[in-house]
Design a protein around this ligand. Structure first.
Ligand code: PLP
Length: 291
């Protein structure tokens, strides 16, 4: 079955899908994207993804190419045409095509929108994912990673560094020696407060330094229901190495427990009890949306 992509109003065979060479996404990375997970044919936390996409467009002053209702319909059509049971839908919107000039086009151009779908292998039981190994490296991105920009070169280089080190992901360190997030995931640790002995689940706060991940949002919401103590503040590399457990979250990979960082085992090196509880609750959160 041929893959089908949506490009500016048309459904076309994926391998013939094209945008112009003066698309501002191609020339300036002047655009944003989002990735919505599909589990057993169901879009997960869909509205949160469209909220984020709309916010990104507003931040960059790119007009919305189609209404949210139309976008949702196009995304569903792409999922259906590509027969995606487990996978993702990828949406990219750029400022459109115009003669190359850094400033915004003076004559209005229509934003360009591409939607594609991809199958992904997912564990049958979302609460039992494989562990991953992580390396650390400098956070060399622009100052607004909260916008899901298609300008991803530092992320690409960080992910490649991980692959070359035989790891799965790079977690990024800012100038203060703190972990911001992963190259394509939010980063978390589980630690015990030295004074109270309380278990704390910690991740960087949602300011301009990180992407407000949708799986992160779901975990924060679950924490309220389950009365887990979440601290939204940066943790250092030292905190990470001393953590009892660590994990990362993203729509493409959901929650993945971390076995090691820079070759050093975290905790017992197995999925720990707190991460397992988060995995169980998250799997329930996803399964509850599946019709
Ligand atoms: N941080 C970065 C830099 C990402 O690229 C991603 C996902 O692609 C995430 C965090 C996780 O976001 P989400 O949970 O919405 O997939």
């Amino acid at each position: 079955m041929p893959r089908i992509a949506y490009v500016n109003g048309r459904y076309v065979p994926h391998n013939h899908a094209q945008v112009g060479i003066e698309d501002r996404g191609y020339q300036f990375a002047d655009g944003i994207y989002d990735v919505v997970p599909i589990v057993k044919g169901t879009f997960i936390d869909e509205d949160w993804h469209w909220d984020r996409l709309e916010r990104g467009l507003e931040e960059l002053r790119i007009s919305q190419p189609v209404s949210r209702k139309a976008l949702s319909m196009i995304a569903r059509r792409i999922a259906k045409k590509n027969m995606i049971h487990n996978g993702i839908v990828y949406v990219q919107v750029t400022r459109g095509e115009a003669p190359r000039n850094h400033k915004f086009p003076t004559t209005p151009v229509a934003p360009a929108m591409v939607v594609t779908g991809r199958h992904l292998q997912m564990p049958d039981d979302l609460s039992q994912p494989d562990m991953i190994d992580v390396i650390t490296g400098p956070d060399e991105r622009w100052a607004r990673p909260d916008i899901k920009s298609i300008s991803l070169l530092p992320n690409v280089l960080a992910k490649q560094a991980a692959a070359e080190a035989g790891a799965y992901e790079s977690w990024l360190i800012n100038d203060q020696g703190e972990i911001t997030e992963g190259s394509s995931a939010n980063a978390w640790i589980v630690r015990r407060d030295p004074d109270s002995g309380r278990v704390i689940i910690q991740t960087h706060q949602t300011d301009q330094a990180i992407l407000k991940g949708i799986v992160r949002t779901a975990i924060v919401a679950l924490a309220e229901q389950h009365q887990w103590a979440i601290e939204e503040k940066p943790f250092s590399v030292k905190d990470l190495m001393a953590a009892d457990e660590a994990f990362q979250s993203s729509s493409g990979n959901m929650i993945r427990p971390v076995r090691s960082v820079d070759g050093r085992t975290i905790g017992s090196g197995e999925t720990g009890p707190v991460v397992q509880e988060i995995l169980n609750a998250f799997a329930h959160h996803v399964n509850a949306q599946i019709d």
